[in-house]
Design a binder for this molecule. Structure first.
Ligand code: NI
Length: 385
């Protein structure tokens, strides 16, 4: 049974891997997952979704959710595996194919115990994680209604298979994007004194922004400021009138995040004024920090240890994860389960070890059932009964 299930999950994972689809375009992926759930007689819930699948197992009042993401990335695969992407320029380079097969496995295992389940397990196959839009779409569609706790995973390639980590409190970062427009005055490159050099001004701004983490916020707070695009000019002998900078800020605390845009504005306007230029900031707030529930983090670690995982301390991530949106509505925990890939996430040679799939499926099935049991025991009805 175990070998057969493992083979089944690996073959599904490979089929997803061969046929990756970008965020919001997971139509064939949705069809495949629907078909596999149907074959297993697992009921699907109808929500107004363009892509993505919601399944449910069990009956009763208590309800928890498991979440897998299903989208791929705009990357040309060069992993060399014989089930490589058949769609040029698209690749499952973040392991969402693995997450999906893990939750399909959990669904099959829970289906086999449906009669004994003390409640319902809703399984969310969520589109568009990479663009940080899918979780919110599902929430807007109403999939969290009645859900008392939610669980999900990512696969860190730097951790060996068989290792597990989780932490209560902040885990993934607030992810914000900014664009800075610096306006000077164009001039002949040989006569800069007749203009206002937007390139020199923007260069000073890039450097000055790096003082934000060290001088504007406590060293105990996490703040990363990265300028990732510097765009200005068209040729060698003209000083451009404008320069555009783009980048990202990563933080974990809500108050630090809220204070950052004003600090950036002060720095860029101060520097620009010193050079006789102008600077304006466009701020685009992305997904919030992912904050795990302390209770469910401890719970998940206990279940993981009992499932044979080796527990590792969880390192705080500076990346984003749109599971954070669910945690604004219901408590839960997002965990790391090692995938031992030589190459990292979003790398064209990313190659997670499929040996993680079956144990992780077993873990989530167990976690779901035990979470339902504990919710039932702690509910007022149960106390009165
Ligand atoms: Ni991912």
């Amino acid at each position: 049974m175990t070998t057969a299930l493992s083979q089944q999950l690996i073959s599904w994972r490979r089929e997803l891997h061969k046929n990756p689809e970008l965020s919001g375009q997971e139509f064939a992926t949705t069809e495949r997952i629907r078909r596999w759930l149907e074959q297993a007689n697992i009921r699907q819930l109808n929500y107004p979704l363009k892509t993505g699948v919601i399944a449910e197992i069990g009956t009763g009042e208590s309800l928890i959710a498991l979440r897998a993401d299903i989208d791929a990335l705009p990357i040309d695969e060069s992993s060399g595996v014989d089930f490589s992407s058949q769609h040029a320029g698209v690749m499952h380079a973040c392991g969402h194919d693995v997450h999906s097969s893990v939750m399909l496995g959990a669904a099959l295992l829970l289906k086999a115990r449906e009669a004994e389940l003390p409640g319902r397990v809703r399984i969310l196959f969520q589109p568009a994680e990479e663009t940080f839009t899918g979780a919110q779409q599902l929430i807007d569609a109403g999939v969290l209604e009645g859900v008392q706790a939610i669980f999900g995973m990512h696969n860190p390639p730097e951790l060996p298979v068989g290792t597990f980590s989780a932490r209560g409190g902040p885990f993934y970062a607030n992810v914000d994007r900014f664009v800075i427009r610096v306006t000077g005055k164009g001039a002949h490159a040989a006569r800069p004194q007749e203009g206002v050099d937007a390139i020199v001004t923007a260069s000073q701004i890039v450097t000055a922004l790096q003082t934000l983490p060290s001088r504007s916020f406590s060293s105990l707070e996490s703040v990363v400021v990265s300028v990732t695009r510097f765009h200005g000019g068209n040729t060698w002998n003209v000083l451009p009138q404008t320069v555009e900078l783009e980048g990202t800020v990563r933080t974990h605390s809500h108050s630090v995040r809220a204070a950052v845009p004003e600090k950036i504005r002060q720095v860029i306007q101060g520097v620009a004024t010193a050079f006789g230029a102008q600077a304006e900031l466009e701020w685009q707030a992305g997904p919030p920090a992912l904050v795990n529930s302390e209770h469910w983090a401890t719970f998940s670690q206990q279940v993981a240890a009992a499932s044979g995982y080796q527990l590792k301390p969880a390192e705080i991530q500076m990346g984003g994860e749109d599971f954070a949106f669910y945690l604004h509505h219901v408590p839960g925990v997002f965990v790391s389960i090692g995938s031992a890939s030589e190459y990292g996430l979003h790398h064209p040679q990313f190659k997670p070890d499929e040996a993680l799939i079956l144990p992780a499926a077993n873990y989530f099935a167990r976690l779901a059932e035990q979470a339902l049991t504990s919710l039932k025991q702690s509910s007022p009805q149960a106390v009165n009964a």
